[in-house]
Design a protein around this ligand. Structure first.
Ligand code: NDP
Length: 309
């Protein structure tokens, strides 16, 4: 089967991918975006987005993604609703093999496959995202003014979530399954000194209780005493880490120990002509706006790479 040759193939369709598509389409590079199994990524499971500039009254996550896609389509970016199964970056043009059988050759590739927040695996937690369950305090803390929230996890993410939430919530409880934290000592100090934050050690969430308004309580088990108690809460924040979506790369790109793609000059991977943007290479900011910004950078770098060839 002959494979079609593209100048730019973008893998992934969150804010980073759509922005890379917009910029490379406007640079006349006819980009192809391979959307993946969950087109739009994490924004599609978010309700109100109040921190994306330009929307003074906020915008729903799915609508924001839809608008980004429409903007890129206006400049004739092409979208394909399938997933990449495999890539071959051993020589240029690079080879991209899709789940639907399509094969593409690409002069440059932009990887924007994002990261997936880890959840506990409780039966109703995914359906309660946006109704009391969240994995992003920066996005949602504002909705918990003077309310009670619980954060799960013992690493830096959980500590940052708790610290940020404490600026809004009346009480923040961190539920950690052990009696020592994984977070850095500096972060631990900040948490222990914060009068609004309290630790619930050796504890795990076993159930999330909700009504029509959303989450109102959780059941928490003390793993040492094996006792379960119900705790009132308005929100439950997951701070148990993120999984970057990089398995399809099969180790052809250098990643850090957690699997996030390593980049230099903001968006360059270890393979010339392959760029990465958004949460797949950013375990720190993880915001729609920073992802979009790095999508712009990746497209500009790809365009300059092609023009230097
Ligand atoms: P980590 O893997 O460091 O921590 C995850 C935490 O979640 C651990 O405490 C772990 O418990 C707990 N956990 C994992 N799965 C479950 C589960 N199923 N149920 C209950 N608890 C669970 O991930 P982070 O996202 O916190 O950090 C990732 C990396 O990013 C780290 O290197 C961190 O330093 C860095 N980072 C740095 C920041 C900064 O510098 N400001 C901010 C955020 C992250 P246990 O400890 O028992 O394994």
């Amino acid at each position: 089967m002959s494979a079609s040759l593209r100048q730019v193939v973008i893998i992934g369709s969150g804010p980073a991918g759509h922005t890379a598509a917009l910029y490379s389409a406007r640079a006349n590079l006819n980009p192809l975006v391979i959307e993946g199994h969950e087109p739009g990524g994490q924004l599609t499971t978010t309700t109100d987005v109040e921190n994306f500039p330009g929307f003074e009254n906020g915008i729903l996550g799915p609508e924001l993604i839809d608008r980004m896609k429409k903007q890129a389509l206006r400049f004739e970016a092409q979208y394909l609703n399938t997933k990449v199964n495999e890539v071959d970056f051993s020589a240029r043009p690079f080879k991209i093999i899709c789940e639907n059988g399509d094969i593409f050759l690409a002069q440059t590739v932009i990887i924007s496959t994002g990261a997936t927040a880890k959840y506990l695996g409780l039966p109703n937690e995914i359906s309660l995202i946006g109704k009391g369950v969240s994995a992003c305090a920066t996005c949602d803390a504002f909705f918990y003014k003077n309310r009670i929230v619980h954060v799960v996890g013992g690493g830096d993410t959980a500590m940052e979530e708790a610290s940020f939430l404490s600026k809004f919530a009346s009480h923040v409880y961190i539920i950690h399954r052990r009696d020592t934290l994984r977070a850095s000592k500096a972060m631990q100090k900040r948490i222990f000194e914060n009068p609004k934050i309290q630790m619930l050690w050796n504890s795990e969430v076993t159930e999330i209780l909700s009504n029509l308004q959303g989450v109102y309580a959780i059941k928490v088990r003390d793993v040492k005493k094996n006792e379960v108690i119900e705790r009132k809460t308005d929100g439950l924040f997951m701070g148990i880490g993120h999984t970057p979506n990089t398995t399809f790369l099969k180790k052809q790109i250098t990643c850090d120990q957690l699997g996030f793609i390593k980049t230099v000059n903001d968006v360059e991977t270890n393979i010339p002509g392959v760029f990465a943007c958004g949460d797949v290479q950013d375990s720190y900011y993880r915001q729609a706006i920073s992802a979009a910004g790095s999508g712009c950078m990746a497209a500009i770098r790809a365009e300059r790479f092609l023009s230097h060839q």
